[in-house]
Design a binder for this molecule. Structure first.
Ligand code: ADP
Length: 480
C-alpha cells in the first residue's frame, strides 16, 4: 500500500496529543492477506489514561466559542478532503471495499465534520413561558462531557466522524476505539486532527483489547456518553455495563432490512435500487436489504432482471479498476453466508446466481441470488451481512407489512411504489427508524439515521445527532 502521504500510516495510538504504544496487532488486507501494519494492543490502563486526557481537555474545549470549535473542525474537514485518495486507499486496503465506494465513504465521513462544525453555532437554548411573574425559565444545552466511542469495521471512517463530529461540535471530548480489523483509517484521522489544530486530549484513539477497553469506557466515572455502532449482542452488553454508572448510550445495532417491490413500482428503478442496496460493501452494512419481497404480478420479471444484474457484478481486489465486489471481512463472515444459503436451499430456496465461494479464494464470495425464500428460513430472521439476495414472493400489502415487521430489528426498510396512498400507508406502517421509498440509498449527514426496537437508540446525522451529546439544563431565574 503506497500512500501519497505516508505520514498518514500510523502504528501508534493518539492519546492526549501524543503518539503512544508499540506496534503489536497485525492489520491485514482481506483481499491479499498482506500485513499492512501493526497497531498497539492497549488495555484497561491505556484506556483509562486516554479518558483522563479527554477529561482534562474537556473544560477548555467546552469553553471555546462555537465559532472557534467550528474553525478547527473546518480545517479538519478540509484536510480530509485534501487527503481523500489516501483515506480511500487505506479503507480499501484494510477493509476490502471497492475504491469507488471507499471514496464515497471518505466524502460521506468528511461531510459530518463539515456539517457539525456549522451546526455547532446552532445548539440553541430556549426561554419558556414562566409560571411566575417574578421568574423566567431558561433552557440551556450544555456538552455532556467525555464521550467514549466504539466503532465497527464496515465503515472505518464514517462511523467515527458520525459520532465524533457532533460530540466535538457540542463541546465534548472523545476517546475512540476503532474495530481491530480497521484501525489504520482511524489513526489517519488522528494525524489529520492533529494537523488541523484539534487541541491535545480533545480527540483520542486507542486500539487493542476490545473487551478490556469497553469495560473501562463503560465504567470510568468521567465518561458520560457511550456511543457504539456494531452488533446487537455487544450493544446490549455495553448498555448493561453502562447502566451501573447511568451513562447515556447511543447505539446503532444490527438490522434486517426488508426491501419491498410492489406491482405498481417502476421495475427498472426497483432492480437498480435493490442491487445497490443489497450489494453495497458486499452486503456488509446494517442497512443493506436482507429480505427482498416482490409482489406476485412482477415477481418473475423482477427476478430475471435482478439476477442478470447481480451476475454481472465484477468481483476482485477493491483496489483494481472497475471492481464492484471485494472480499468479505473475515472467514467467519463467509461461514455465516454459507450457513444461510445452506439453510435456505434445504428448506426449498433456489439458487439463481452464485451460491459458492469465489474462485479468487480467500474470503471472496460469489454475488448470490436466492429465489423462493420463505419466512421459515434463517435468512428471514437474521442479518446475513454478505452478498446474498434473498427474494420472497408476496400477494397483498397487509401481508407484506406483517412480514416486514416480523423481526426484533427496526433500522431501515425500503419499498418501491408509484401509488401515493400506498406510499403513506406503508411508510407509516413500517416499524423502522428509516424508510427509503423509491430509493435504495438513504444515508446522508443531513438526515437522522438510527433504529428502533433492538436496532438501537439515538440518532446520528442532522441537528438531531447533537442531542446525544448535550444535556438540557433548566435554570429558573427568580427574584425579578
Ligand atoms: P462485528 O461482529 O461485526 O465485528 P462487533 O459488535 O463485535 O461486530 O464489533 C463492533 C465493535 O465493537 C468493534 O470495535 C469491536 O472491537 C467492539 N467490541 C467487540 N466486543 C466488545 C466488547 N465486549 N466490549 C467492547 N467492545 C467490543
Amino acid at each position: 500500500m503506497k500512500l501519497s502521504d505516508q505520514s498518514l500510516l500510523k502504528e501508534q495510538c493518539y492519546v492526549g496529543g501524543e503518539w503512544l504504544g508499540e506496534p503489536a496487532d497485525e492489520v491485514t488486507n482481506p483481499a491479499t492477506g498482506e500485513v499492512l501494519a501493526r497497531v498497539p494492543r492497549f488495555g484497561s490502563e491505556e484506556a483509562a489514561l486516554a479518558i483522563g486526557k479527554a477529561e482534562a481537555a474537556f473544560t477548555s474545549w467546552a469553553a471555546k466559542t462555537a465559532k472557534e470549535r467550528a474553525a478547527v473542525m473546518r480545517r479538519w474537514y478540509e484536510l480530509m478532503v485534501q487527503h481523500r485518495e489516501d483515506l480511500a486507499l487505506l479503507m480499501t486496503s484494510e477493509q476490502g471495499k471497492p475504491l469507488a465506494e471507499a471514496r464515497g465513504e471518505a466524502d460521506y465521513a468528511a461531510s459530518f465534520v463539515e456539517f457539525y462544525g456549522e451546526e455547532a453555532k446552532r445548539i440553541n437554548g430556549e426561554t419558556l413561558p414562566s409560571h411566575r411573574d417574578d421568574a423566567r425559565i431558561l433552557v440551556l444545552r450544555q456538552p455532556a462531557g467525555v464521550v467514549a466511542a466504539i466503532t465497527p469495521w464496515n465503515f472505518p471512517m464514517a462511523m467515527i466522524t458520525r459520532k465524533c463530529a457532533p460530540a466535538l461540535a457540542a463541546g465534548c471530548t472523545v476517546v475512540v476505539k476503532p474495530a481491530g480489523e480497521t484501525p489504520l483509517t482511524a489513526l489517519a484521522l488522528g494525524v489529520l486532527a492533529e494537523k488541523a489544530g484539534v487541541p491535545a486530549g480533545v480527540f483520542n484513539i486507542v486500539t487493542g483489547d476490545a473487551k478490556a477497553i469497553g469495560e473501562v469506557f463503560t465504567s470510568h466515572p468521567a465518561v458520560r456518553v457511550v456511543a457504539f455502532t456494531g452488533s446487537t449482542p455487544v450493544g446490549k452488553l455495553l448498555m448493561k455495563q453502562a447502566a451501573e454508572g447511568v451513562k447515556k448510550v447511543a447505539l446503532e445495532l444490527g438490522g434486517n432490512a426488508p426491501f419491498i417491490v410492489f406491482d405498481d413500482a417502476d421495475l427498472d428503478e426497483a432492480v437498480a435500487g435493490a442491487i445497490i442496496c443489497k450489494f453495497r460493501n458486499m452486503g456488509q452494512t446494517c442497512v443493506c436489504a436482507n429480505r427482498i419481497y416482490v409482489q406476485d404480478g412482477i415477481y418473475d420479471s423482477f427476478i430475471e432482471k435482478f439476477a442478470k444484474a447481480a451476475e454481472g457484478l465484477k468481483v476482485g481486489n477493491g483496489a483494481e479498476a472497475n471492481v464492484q465486489q471485494g472480499p468479505l471481512i473475515t472467514p467467519k463472515a463467509v461461514d455465516k453466508v454459507e450457513q444461510h444459503i445452506a439453510d435456505a436451499t434445504e428448506k426449498g430456496a433456489r439458487v439463481m446466481v452464485g451460491g459458492k465461494r469465489h474462485s479468487l479464494g480467500g474470503t471472496f464470495f460469489q454475488p448470490t441470488v436466492l429465489a423462493n425464500v420463505t419466512q421459515d428460513m434463517a435468512i428471514a430472521h437474521e442479518e446475513t451481512f454478505g452478498p446474498v439476495a434473498a427474494i420472497f414472493r408476496f400477494r397483498t400489502e397487509d401481508e407484506v407489512v406483517r412480514y416486514a415487521n416480523d423481526t426484533e430489528f427496526g433500522l431501515a426498510a425500503y419499498f418501491y411504489s408509484r401509488d401515493v396512498g400506498r406510499i403513506f400507508r406503508v411508510g407509516e406502517a413500517l416499524e423502522y427508524g428509516i424508510v427509503g421509498i423509491n430509493s435504495g440509498l438513504i444515508s446522508t449527514e443531513l438526515a437522522p439515521f438510527g433504529g428502533i426496537k433492538e436496532s438501537g437508540m439515538g440518532r446520528e446525522g442532522s441537528h438531531h445527532g447533537i442531542d446525544e451529546f448535550t444535556n438540557i439544563k433548566y435554570m429558573l431565574v427568580g427574584g425579578l
